[in-house]
Design a protein around this ligand. Sequence first.
Ligand code: BGC
Length: 249
Amino acid sequence: MPEAPLLAFDVGGSFVKAGLVDAVAGCVAGEVLRRPTPQGAAPIEVIDLLAAMAGELPSHGPVGLAMPAVTKRGVTWTAANIDKRWIGTDAVSLLEARIERPVVLLNDADAAGVAEMALGAGRGRDGTVMVLTLGTGIGTALFIDGRLLPNTELGHLEVHGIEAEHRASAKVRVDRRLGWVDWAAEVNAVLASYHALLWPDLFIIGGGVTENWQYFAPLLTSRAEIVRARFGNDAGIIGAAMAASAGNP
Ligand code: BGC
């Protein structure tokens, strides 16, 4: 019997997404709800929003939750693009208490990476693979022979004195009104730093900005292979549902 779709959330600095996901096929079943992240994104307001969205997407079973933070054993430990009150918040207990279902929490880029490695651009790829999500910040997920090293947070690595995500996130491109050439040069500087540190075999580039892949992909350079993520904006919820289905991040 096919597995029922699982509810999954992807909390971002700008938007919160929720969807029902067929974790085996790696696709969203029906509509993805997308709501602006509450101003300040304090835990209680976000949990309220997640509970309301859960009500709009009737489902059963475990729930996946991707957050833009270091996550360990259900707790969020950093908050670069969300309210600082998330630091030390037991997100799993809060959401489980509200929706009365088991919740699996993981970092949003790790979730996207899990989806890409299982059924997307990284499927069957061994060696060192780095998945990047270019959005409000830069998320990174690192895989060695298909196994995730969680919470790498290399969006905060300093690249020539400036944090990678303050150089080359999709938000920076819009905020600074950078053209594709100038923005791609920033992405290339970030890729070069990551390469010098980790010598990945493959970079998988994701995030909503990859809808414009044709404008910037030809400008990207690295000693490693560079490919486009398969799942685009839905990677976070798909990977979170896969983690929920497996029962662990
Ligand atoms: C956060 C990461 C997150 C990334 C992408 C960064 O600012 O520290 O946890 O994965 O943004 O959302």
